[in-house]
Design a protein around this ligand. Sequence first.
Ligand code: PEP
Ligand code: MG
Length: 588
Amino acid sequence: MASFTLQGIPVSRGIAIGRAHLLRPAALDVQHYLVAQEQVEAEVLRLQDAIARVHKELQTIWSDLPQDAPTELGAFIDVHALILSDPMISEAPLDIIRSRHYNAEWALVTQIDELSAQFDEIEDDYLRERKADIQQVAERVLKVLTGSAHSVPRSDGVDERNANMIVVARDISPADMMQFRDVAFSGFVTDEGGQNSHTAIVSRSLGIPAVVGMGNASRLIEQDDWLIIDSDAGVVIVAPTTLVLEQYRERQSVLQKARKKLNRLRKTPAVTQDGVEITLLANIELPEDAAHALEAGASGVGLFRSEFLFMESSGQEHKMPSEDEQFEAYRAAVLAMKGRPVTIRTLDVGADKPMDSSEHNVLNPALGLRAIRYCLAEPQLFLTQLRAILRASAFGQVKILIPMMAHGFEIDQTLAMIEQAKQELKAEGRDYNAELQIGAMIEVPAAALALPMFLQKLDFLSIGTNDLIQYTLAIDRADHEVAHLYDDLHPAILQLLQMTIAAAQKAGVPVSICGGMAGDVRLTRLLTGMGFRELSMPAALLPEIKQEILNTRVEALQPHIKKILRSYDAAAIRETLAVMDAIGKTLH
Ligand code: PEP
Ligand code: MG
């Protein structure tokens, strides 16, 4: 096979080398995980059992047919029984389990997808339509399988083979992405998505090389193709030559060594050469991530995206976590951080983070009932979360962060609900920190433009640059077609950042950044020069940002920062940034 290269949008760092692991759209409707070698035969048996049960079901339906049932009905059931017995259904998926270690559901839909594609090629209309029968039979088997799926332990046994797989898909929902946390894939490639789509965010927090917005990679790449992801360049090389493969292996090992070296900075405080201390915090999605945050040397959690506790992967029945379940999760993160602050953001669902797949039909989700709007529309759900967070606040330094604030009354209502939650807990004799700090995310331009509306009522602010850019520049952050317009150096963004920090400083309210800009090493000097003293980012990026801070002299940056903030010329802004970079290099 001839080698070719595809270009996309880089969303994380590093190089991954491995074989392509294709996820077709239907495969995303069921759970997909890899089973460990010793569980393969049990998984095969599970699928065989399900098929046998559907056989029985069909027989029962057949024998229960009323006397006057149309004869086609019987024939129809016969066809389904025949399909079920065909080796293409009864044998091939078993081979997939054995060879690729897929779980039974995934193996079945993979085979059905392949068969469906073959059927689409058939000229004969009648035969082509039999595809629907095959799908119906598969549905029956899937129903049986998913009904019994919970009895099968999920694999945490990852072998060398799995670890070298690169997932290739049209798109992966944030919830589906979470499933991959348990299985050590080495990279992600998707056709859709933008630099700060939530899928990109999760891959960054997993510290795994990924390229998104590739257009049609999932159609051009085939199962088991060798791939190299160069995620710094946003490039995927398909079927590389031996020479290229060797060069990349070499680069990969150089990068790994450099990362190890950076990790030695873990305990070094992030202080600039002229003594300005910068607090580096981590963004987490699940309580388990807190351990990585500590390992990377984070001074705390600046953003716990709690919505990931509420998401279900497609194909699973959706169930809200109870107050106790949430409390346990928040407390786990708080305890893991050993006294360091943990900022828990209240539920930010909607837009490209739907709680379940039924939410996909909203007309303009990013402008819809998202985040705080959703919570205020569902007071019971909101109150449950606030109670859980407050209860966790008895175990460490917890702060509450409210997403997507735009109106003054949203703050008032939120504060009233927090007060109500406190009163309820007090009446029940439960502990919480009565002094717990409450902050708002500045991610809607209206909030940045009317900051005084927030300043008197809140203890801190955190700028969500991902949404601030999306809403200011009017580009969907998950849409790869407009990804080239996503520009964090757009003068409008820089002005909004400047306005926010100036107003917050004047009022004595601390302000941090927890969006993607905080973890972008190209922007560290700019942000510290502008006066930001708290940055929150995926743990994997923290050491590199720290090194940049160690090589920065804030005072020396001032004339350049002034120049950038006075400029409305994108090229000139980039040039000045390059000058600042060059100064930084001399400090190494
Ligand atoms: C942001 O918008 O920048 C942010 C940090 O929140 P999220 O990416 O989860 O929307
Ligand atoms: Mg946001």
